[in-house]
Design a protein around this ligand. Structure first.
Ligand code: HEC
Ligand code: HEC
Ligand code: HEC
Ligand code: HEC
Ligand code: HEC
Ligand code: HEC
Ligand code: HEC
Ligand code: HEC
Ligand code: HEC
Length: 334
């Protein structure tokens, strides 16, 4: 919608420009793509220093921006009247047309790293994740942002994380065709990526785990750790504190942080004097599941029984008082 508005605005400006052009017949048309391709159409064209200034017209034409003019993005050449053009040109501002993504990106760690922290070369701009002249929509299997390609796209910079992620259950189950398992953006988003050490981010990721692991989320919420995080405090354990973030394994796998051999160590990250006995506590105890949590199940049933008895007796007691009260009042009236 916002993009449509942007395009509509661009069209208005264009029409305004057209009207002005009619009034002044000598005004020049913006350069056509073919003008640019005369010098840039050879994919092997290079600057003197050897860096590429060439592009493959066919690849560009087949990309999602194929219908655009070169100068729609390279705007500072839109009014160029004569070649050659200046050596240094302005950076392309994708957000002029994609303001939704632009606004989200602007709030994200990547934009901060780029603009404020001075990691200019290291942090990604739109083109690092999407490409320049070969951009495709996310449903296109050749797009850098096609679901299956996202770990590689992010992993181009976050190599250490990618290596961990590749070993974990989420990647290995994806590799055998389970498309339900998460890629980077399911936990981090694509454009609204935040620092991971903030409370908001920790709560956010926990909520994300829960969108797929609804049962684990339900039982976690019933426990102490879950109750406290529900209130917005994150000092207690979130999913990732006990399971890891990128190298998550099933509990039967010895590498899992909750495997029989690693569990005490995991609890000790926060409960310094935890022992085997302490680690027996089930962070996903389910008081409705007799097989899984027998003592909790029977305690729960006992508490339910106690509650019923108390309320039952109390109810009868109140009913009897009511009957008696009415009778007394009737008698007083007489
Ligand atoms: C007469 C040949 C010629 C034509 C026509 C031409 N360019 Fe260039 N362009 C060059 C050369 C040469 C460079 C490399 C300048 C340098 O040494 O850095 C360049 C560089 C660029 C750059 C990189 C600028 C930068 O800051 O690094 C862009 C973007 C570009 N051209 C876009 C265009 C567009 C869009 C058109 C059409 C409107 C166009 N060019 C037409 C020769 C041409
Ligand atoms: C969707 C926007 C978009 C369109 C349309 C587009 N470009 Fe680019 N172009 C970019 C981006 C992004 C860069 C990377 C530099 C930057 O960020 O400004 C770039 C860089 C370039 C460069 C510098 C060499 C390089 O690869 O970094 C040249 C030359 C160039 N473009 C030519 C063209 C020509 C010719 C056309 C039309 C056939 C065109 N561009 C259309 C976005 C675009
Ligand atoms: C002059 C306006 C304009 C600029 C500048 C522009 N785009 Fe686009 N972009 C479009 C239009 C129009 C579409 C096609 C929208 C559609 O088909 O719904 C599009 C489509 C896309 C898509 C695919 C979305 C989809 O729905 O298929 C992506 C991704 C994208 N652009 C990223 C970029 C990036 C990254 C840049 C900067 C390098 C950029 N765009 C610059 C106008 C622009
Ligand atoms: C860190 C990598 C990254 C950066 C930086 C980034 N994007 Fe994206 N973008 C993605 C991913 C991944 C997706 C796919 C999201 C999904 O599948 O939900 C996406 C989706 C999109 C789409 C929708 C594509 C479609 O097919 O519907 C547009 C448009 C877009 N981005 C534009 C931009 C613009 C404009 C910028 C810069 C302001 C930008 N992106 C910066 C990774 C990035
Ligand atoms: C299942 C959810 C999930 C997935 C999938 C995921 N992450 Fe993370 N990521 C997290 C959590 C949670 C943290 C915080 C870790 C912590 O606090 O120890 C994190 C931390 C990070 C960090 C901060 C540095 C670090 O190592 O702690 C980066 C960078 C990162 N992730 C990138 C990625 C990339 C790239 C991918 C895809 C290859 C990815 N993540 C996939 C949940 C996820
Ligand atoms: C061009 C390189 C590059 C690409 C591509 C890239 N990142 Fe980043 N990313 C960075 C840099 C640089 C930082 C900021 C430095 C830092 O604090 O680690 C960063 C920071 C992050 C953080 C915050 C780390 C923290 O310390 O809390 C996360 C999470 C993250 N990126 C995830 C992603 C995801 C997900 C993708 C893909 C959709 C992606 N990145 C693509 C370079 C990149
Ligand atoms: C987009 C959905 C999705 C998200 C988000 C997600 N997972 Fe998973 N997870 C899966 C799928 C699919 C499997 C493969 C096993 C299966 O089919 O249950 C899996 C497997 C696991 C396993 C191994 C146990 C088992 O049942 O095989 C654990 C532990 C796990 N995830 C924890 C987490 C944690 C912790 C988070 C958040 C940091 C998280 N997951 C986020 C979908 C997801
Ligand atoms: C205090 C630590 C802790 C927290 C917090 C925690 N878990 Fe667990 N999780 C465990 C332990 C320990 C097990 C193994 C329980 C058992 O023995 O069956 C487990 C089991 C699981 C399993 C099944 C693993 C398998 O291989 O069968 C999944 C899936 C899971 N947790 C997901 C989550 C999600 C999602 C969250 C957050 C909503 C979460 N966990 C929070 C410790 C934790
Ligand atoms: C990220 C830190 C963290 C991790 C990891 C963690 N806990 Fe906790 N847990 C807390 C905090 C903080 C409290 C509340 C303060 C307290 O009572 O110690 C708490 C409270 C508890 C409580 C209730 C209060 C009590 O002490 O009786 C139990 C039971 C518990 N944790 C069990 C576990 C078990 C079992 C593990 C390992 C599977 C574990 N926790 C891992 C932080 C953590």
């Amino acid at each position: 919608m916002a993009r449509r508005l942007g395009l509509a605005l661009a069209t208005c400006l264009f029409l305004g420009f057209g009207a002005a052009a009619e009034a002044q017949p000598q005004a020049v048309k913006p350069p056509a793509n073919d003008d640019c391709l005369a010098c840039h159409g050879d994919p092997d064209a290079k600057r003197e220093n050897g860096t590429s200034i060439g592009l493959d017209d066919k690849v560009f034409a087949a990309s999602t921006h194929g219908p655009l003019a070169c100068v729609d993005c390279h705007k500072d050449l839109a009014t160029l009247q004569e070649f050659p053009h200046p050596e240094k040109l302005a950076k392309v501002a994708c957000a002029t047309c994609h303001d939704d993504e632009g606004a989200k990106y602007h709030d994200s760690i990547h934009s901060w790293a780029k603009e404020k922290a001075g990691l200019t070369a290291a942090a990604p701009a739109c083109a690092d994740c999407h490409g320049k002249h070969d951009i495709r929509g996310r449903d296109d299997a050749t797009a850098r942002v096609f679901r299956a390609n996202i770990p590689a796209t992010c992993g181009a910079c976050h190599t250490g994380v990618l290596d961990q992620y590749k070993t974990g259950i989420h990647a290995t189950t994806r590799a055998v065709g389970n498309d339900k398992a998460p890629v980077c953006i399911d936990c981090h988003t694509a454009h609204d990526i935040r620092r991971t050490d903030t409370d908001a981010s920790r709560l956010g990721v926990t909520a994300q785990c829960g969108t797929c692991h609804a049962e684990s989320m339900r039982t976690y919420r019933d426990t102490f750790h879950g109750q406290v995080t529900r209130l917005g405090f994150v000092q207690v354990a979130t999913c990732a504190d006990c399971h890891g973030a990128h190298d998550i394994f099933p509990k039967a796998d010895a590498r899992s942080m909750v495997s029989a051999s690693n569990r005490v160590t995991t609890c000790r990250k926060c409960h310094a004097d935890a022992n085997d006995n302490f680690a027996q506590y089930d962070p996903h105890a389910d008081r409705h599941d007799k097989a899984r949590s027998a003592s909790l199940y029977y305690t729960g049933k006992f508490m339910d029984g106690l509650l019923m008895t108390v309320f039952g007796l109390f109810g009868i007691h109140t009913a009897l008082w009511l009957a008696r009260g009415l009778r007394e009042r009737g008698r007083a009236k007489k």
